[in-house]
Ligand binder design. Structure first.
Ligand code: NAD
Length: 363
């Protein structure tokens, strides 16, 4: 088993390195961008402008901590120019249209962003020889969902009922084709697609996501309305997959071909819980609140049962999630509650990263 301290130590590879990050204005991208900065990387973010001033990116003032360019991944010319001028050694691709519900109302936007946009990122990597390590985020929803109790493994069949899931499965096929056709022949380049579960944590305010919906209700003393209370999801704190991406990117840099491929980064088994249990736990930590089931029988299809098998990351990378379900909810709710009370979002984020690093090594 790989020693956890050695994984943390390997993150020193980022010090002084140029890192290009798509989706830095988003929820996961802003946590990753800040952690990379803390590791001493020179980060250039590329994404659409942040949507709201309360989003994590704006709340921590990330635009004055890392460099950021407002840009669209569907615009190959702008993307390529930006990457080639910057000459990064690391690329993290997180930009996407990530919402299942929005994918039903706007499938074209979803496919053009998640498929065409991802092709453009792979083109930029193919045409920029400075790049030595690529992390390409898809989703746990890229698997053909059989609604069974077992976790999906990296070599399970891809699929997707809703447009979002299908777009991520398609992005995986595109990735695989670029690997087989181009990247496997570039000795210095390591590339990985990464599939995480339902990520929660401070600073996400997206519509139709359960934690932001809960916090919006709790803040205004309204009941939390649950559309799919019985659906189970693999809940994980944002720092868990972000740590996995960092650890994997470091390995791709040093031993590119041994780590290239696809990787799951899901939560512990005790974190696979129903939406109802999640909302109940959020209320417990917040202090008070109420839940109302508001099942919409005409709602579009969403997967009810989904989990990931993470044996590969555990055995080959030494990565495993370290915060259990209770701690994940505590850290998440604490972040929002403190910011609502007026605490500084940046120092909360910094302290949570430090606490997470300590938990990884004390495990
Ligand atoms: N949040 C989750 O639970 C979850 C779970 C599994 C996978 N993922 C994947 O992780 C990645 C990040 O997700 P997130 O939750 O941070 O999403 P988010 O919506 O918070 O952020 C999305 C980011 O992509 C950018 N973006 C969207 N369209 C773009 C375009 N055309 N050009 C440039 N930038 C564009 C946005 O500006 C934003 O920076 C996505 O690939 C998502 O599919 C997320």
């Amino acid at each position: 088993m790989v020693d956890k301290q050695s994984i943390i130590d390997e993150l020193s590879v980022f010090s002084g390195k140029k890192v290009f990050l798509t989706g830095d204005t988003g929820f996961k991208g802003s946590w990753l961008g800040f952690w990379l900065h803390e590791l001493g990387a020179e980060v250039l973010g590329y994404a659409l402008p942040p949507q709201q001033p309360i989003d994590h990116f704006s709340a921590i003032g990330l635009d004055s901590i890392i460099k950021h360019v407002d840009g669209d991944i569907r615009n190959l010319e702008q993307l390529l120019d930006t990457v080639q001028n910057f000459q990064p050694e690391f690329v993290f691709h997180l930009a996407a249209q990530p919402l299942v519900r929005l994918s039903y109302s706007n499938p074209k936007l979803t496919f053009s962003t998640n498929v065409d946009g991802s092709v453009n990122v792979l083109e930029a990597v193919r045409l920029t020889p400075s790049v030595r390590s690529l992390i390409y985020a898809t989703s746990d929803k890229c698997y053909k969902n059989r609604e069974w109790i077992w976790g999906y493994r990296e070599n399970d069949e891809l699929g997707g009922h809703d447009p979002y899931s299908a777009s991520k499965a398609a992005a995986e096929l595109v990735f695989s084709s670029y690997y087989d056709s181009f990247f496997q022949f570039v000795e210095q380049l390591g590339v990985a697609s990464v599939r995480a579960g339902n990520v929660i944590g401070g600073g996400d305010w997206a519509e139709n996501r359960i934690i932001p919906d809960c916090i919006r209700s709790l803040k205004t003393k309204q009941p939390i309305m649950l559309r799919n209370p019985a659906s189970t999801r693999p809940w994980q704190h944002v720092l868990e997959p972000v740590f996995g991406y960092l650890a994997l990117a470091a390995k791709l840099y040093t031993t590119p071909k041994s780590y290239s491929g696809s990787w799951n980064f899901g939560p512990r088994i005790d974190s696979i819980q129903s939406v109802q249990t999640l909302a109940t736990e959020v209320i417990k930590v917040w202090g008070d609140g109420e839940i109302i089931s508001n099942i919409d029988n005409n709602a579009p299809h969403e997967a009810r049962l989904l989990q990931l098998n993470c044996d590969k990351a555990n055995q080959l990378l030494g990565w495993s999630p370290c915060w259990d379900f209770a701690r994940t909810i505590q850290e998440t709710v604490h972040w929002y509650q403190s910011v609502v009370k007026g605490d500084d979002a940046l120092s909360l984020t910094q302290k949570q990263i430090q606490a997470y690093r300590r938990s990884q090594t004390n495990d």
